[in-house]
Structure formats: C-alpha cells, structure tokens
Design a protein around this ligand. Structure first.
Ligand code: FAD
Length: 435
C-alpha cells in the first residue's frame, strides 16, 4: 500500500515537471488550472468569457503539452489528476519545485487520497443551467473499463456531474460507490451515489454511509429502492425502512453528529458530523398530486437538500409540480430527469412502466420503431424532441436537465449540442425530420 502511494507521487512529479517546462500560454495555463480544479468546459467558458469550443481547442493543446500521447479521455483525465495533485502538493513551495524529500514522505492523508466532492447544491447554485446524466454501474463481476469509458465520453461532452444508480430494477448489485468515487477522483466532476435502503437495517445504512463519507462521496440520492422485478408485493426486512424519508432523516442526523448508539461504542452525541448533501426522488406525475406532494414534503422536511424527478417528457407536468412545491413552501432545487426516446414503441413502454405521460406531439415526431440499434434517423428525431423539451423546462424554471442514459452515443450528442448552444442563449440546431 505504502509503495503504491510513493509510486503515485513519482508519477505526479513527472507530470508537474513536464508541464512547467512545456511552455503553456497564459490562457492555456488558466484553462488548465480551472479544468484541474474539476470545472466543466461550460463553466470554464463562462469564467473566461469565451466559447466552449475555444476551451476545447485549448484543452487539446494542453493535453499534447502534458505529454498525453493517448487520445482517450481516461488518459487525459489521468493527466489532469496527476497535474492537480502535483500542483496541490507544491502550493506551499515558493520555488514551485517538489522537494526531493517528498518522495520519501509518508502517505498523503486520506483527505488528499479521497478528496471531498463538491456538493450538488453548490454546483446547482453556481451554474445557470446544469447538464448531467445518470448511469448504471457495471454488471455483477464485470470489468469497469466499459463504464469508465462511458464516463469519459460524458465528461468530454461537458456533463457538469454524473449520478450512478444502485441496483435499479430491484437487483442487488453493487458498484455505485467505486464508480462514483472514480468519477470525482479520476474525472474531476462531482458524482451522486444513489443509495437504497429497502434491504438494509439502520446499522447497515450507517456503516455504508460512513464508508461513502471516507471515500469523499458527499452527494447521496436517498431512495427507498425499486422492489425486486416481479415482486410488487414486496415488504421491507424486519427493522428495515419502508420509506425514503426515514433514510433521509438518518443521513440528516449523521450530518448533525448523531450516530447510532451501539453496544460497546461511543454514545450518540459528540461525534464528528458527516457532511452529506442529500437528494430525494420526486414524482411530478404521481397519480394523486396532493398525496404525492405530501410525500415529497415529508422528504424535504426530513432534510433533503435537492431533488431529481422521475423521468419527465411533458414539461408542463413538471411546471405544475414546481408550482405545487412553491405553494407548499418547498424551496429546494428540483432537477428534472428525462430519457431521450427514439421511437414510439419506446415511448409507450416507458410511459406504461414508469407511469409518466409522453405528449402527442413528441410521439408524432418519433418513428414507430428503431430500424437498427443505432438508427441515425430515430436518433435525430429523438434529439429534436429532447432539445425542445429542455428549452421548455428551462423556461419553466428548471435548474438543469438530468439524462437517464439508455444509449450513450445519443446522450453524448445531446450534451454536446447543449454545451455548444446553451438553452436560452442561442437556438439549438435540430435537423428537422422529413414528413
Ligand atoms: P418513497 O418516496 O419512500 O416512496 C416509496 C413508496 O411509498 C411509494 O409508493 C410512495 O408513493 C409511498 N410513500 C412515500 N412516502 C410515503 C409516506 N410518507 N407515507 C406513505 N407512503 C409513502 N430505484 C433503485 O432501486 N435504484 C436506483 O438507483 C434508483 N434511482 C432512482 C432515481 C430517480 C431520480 C428516481 C425518481 C427513482 C429512482 N429509483 C431507483 C426508483 C425508486 O427507488 C422507486 O421508484 C421506489 O419504488 C421508490 O423510491 P423512493 O425513494 O421514491 O421512495
């Protein structure tokens, strides 16, 4: 373990010495500093008052000057992370050089190995309109490389943050914590780890949350969790939780320094408070709007700081939900989730499965079914619907849009178009479908 850390330090030295002798221009230096601090291309463009494509151009030069021969996003993010670590460790060194003794220094403290993530509330506050996506962890026992490649594509497209589901569909697979951790450490963008409680008792919830905290995960989407597929009559374990608001309450109590009292352990009070940013699921199209709102209010009262909605295709349904929240005095940001539908068949299936509505205009724009898995015409029509939806959501007051990914190339194309043409600033180009 110790030798691993020294090896990483040695890599970092290479990266720093390399970058300092490679003649970055002043502007490249500014872009590199911001990117290494985890800012998205859109954020950097805004800070430097340039077009996102200008930032992308500078980044290409920077990666070349950092000696990143490989063009993959994983390699590029690794170069940035190495640069940032080396820079952070020399911040106190006037000469800007790394003291030779640092090679022999003891391992960095855990706060450096696992940096606390930026909180979602902060990210939402500091961006005019966020772009983000929700992805699945690898299947049980599968390699991480495909998922990390997917992360790299989404980060490259300009995602401000990414969320990782937990056992969606009722399966019990893991992977959310390590992938969320990799997203924030290796790719420099904030991550949300979904956390489901339907199979856990309070002690297990606390153990897992403490592990998340050690790894620097700060954004938790607190969920009850899907019942196992085919078991709609599922009941929680004895001592387990029925509802997400109970999980949210437990996380809030950890934030207040109240841990469970366990036999032989310290008393509840006086322990180090956790520092989680707590998210909750919201359902704008709950079959009983008033009851749905009351359930949502319970989660906000329990301590939720932000919410992500069930997928929305009808922007007005989202707008009505925001109105209900406002009337009830619920002031937390509610980020609309959505999927990019590419056929009417998908629309029907999704609407039935998740109890959401797909407006007739959207259905008319989509082809009946996909001709091939890639089907460029269906992708283009799907993007057209998506981009119109996003514009309407923004007008209704959405703080951003969160894409539930079903097809990574389509999600990439959607993010790229939105980054180059932010909603409300310039018209987003859509290739109008024929007929
Ligand atoms: P809750 O809000 O607790 O709702 C659970 C049930 O209880 C619902 O039927 C609700 O109507 C009812 N209810 C809620 N509050 C009360 C109350 N106070 N009194 C009485 N009844 C109440 N599932 C996964 O397994 N993994 C994931 O990663 C995942 N990610 C998701 C992400 C988003 C953005 C959303 C919207 C859903 C996600 N889900 C996920 C699905 C979600 O976990 C399921 O829909 C689950 O059935 C409900 O979880 P919840 O957190 O909304 O629970």
């Amino acid at each position: 373990m110790y030798s691993d850390v020294v090896f990483v330090d040695a890599l970092d030295q290479d990266a720093l010495q390399h970058s300092s002798t490679l003649g970055l221009t002043k502007r490249e230096g500014e872009v590199l500093t911001q990117r290494a601090d985890g800012r998205s291309i859109a954020e950097i463009a805004r800070v430097l008052a340039v077009e996102p494509r200008t930032v992308k151009f500078h980044l290409q030069n920077i990666y070349a000057k950092l000696g990143t021969r490989e063009r993959s996003q994983v390699a590029r993010q690794l170069a940035l992370t190495r640069y940032a670590r080396a820079r952070d460790r020399t911040a106190d060194d006037d000469t800007g050089r790394i003291a030779a003794t640092r090679l022999l220094a003891p391992p960095a403290p855990s706060s450096v190995l696992f940096r606390p993530d930026r909180k979602l509330t902060h990210v939402l506050r500091h961006n005019r309109f966020t772009l983000s996506a929700e992805m699945l962890p690898p299947r049980n026992g599968a390699e991480q490389s495909a998922v990390l490649g997917q992360v790299a594509q989404l980060v490259d497209a300009g995602a401000h943050f990414l969320a990782v589901t937990k056992g969606a569909g009722g399966s019990l697979r893991g992977g959310s914590l390590p992938i969320a951790q990799a997203i924030k450490e290796r790719f420099g963008v904030p991550a949300i780890a979904h956390f489901t409680c339907r199979d856990l008792v309070a002690e297990e919830v606390e153990n897992q949350l403490v592990d998340h905290h050690y790894f620097g995960i700060r954004n938790i989407l607190a969920l009850r969790g899907d019942p196992p597929d085919g078991l709609p009559e599922w009941l929680p374990r004895a001592g387990g939780y029925n509802y997400a608001y109970q999980l949210i309450e437990q996380i809030r109590r950890l934030n207040e320094g109240h841990y469970l009292v366990r036999r032989g352990g310290p008393s509840s009070g006086g322990q180090e408070p956790a520092d989680f940013c707590i998210g909750a699921a919201a359902y704008p199209e709950h079959p009983d709007p008033q009851q749905g709102l009351a359930y949502f209010k319970r989660k906000v009262d329990a301590g939720a700081h932000f919410a992500i909605t069930q997928m929305v295709f009808d922007a007005d349904a989202y707008g009505r939900f925001l109105d209900r929240c406002e009337r009830a005095g619920l002031g937390i940001p509610v980020l609309p989730g959505t999927r990019i539908l590419r056929s009417r068949a998908q629309a029907t299936k999704t609407a039935e499965k998740f109890g959401v509505s797909v407006p007739p205009g959207m259905r008319r724009t989509l082809p009946a079914a996909l001709q091939t898995p890639e089907d460029p015409d269906a992708t283009e029509r799907g993007l057209e619907c998506f981009l119109r939806l996003v514009e309407r959501l923004r007008v209704l007051g959405a703080p951003g849009v969160h894409i539930f990914i079903t097809h990574t190339p389509t999600a990439w194309a959607a993010l790229t178009r939105l980054i180059d043409h932010p909603p409300g600033v310039a018209p987003v180009p859509v290739a109008r479908h024929r007929g």
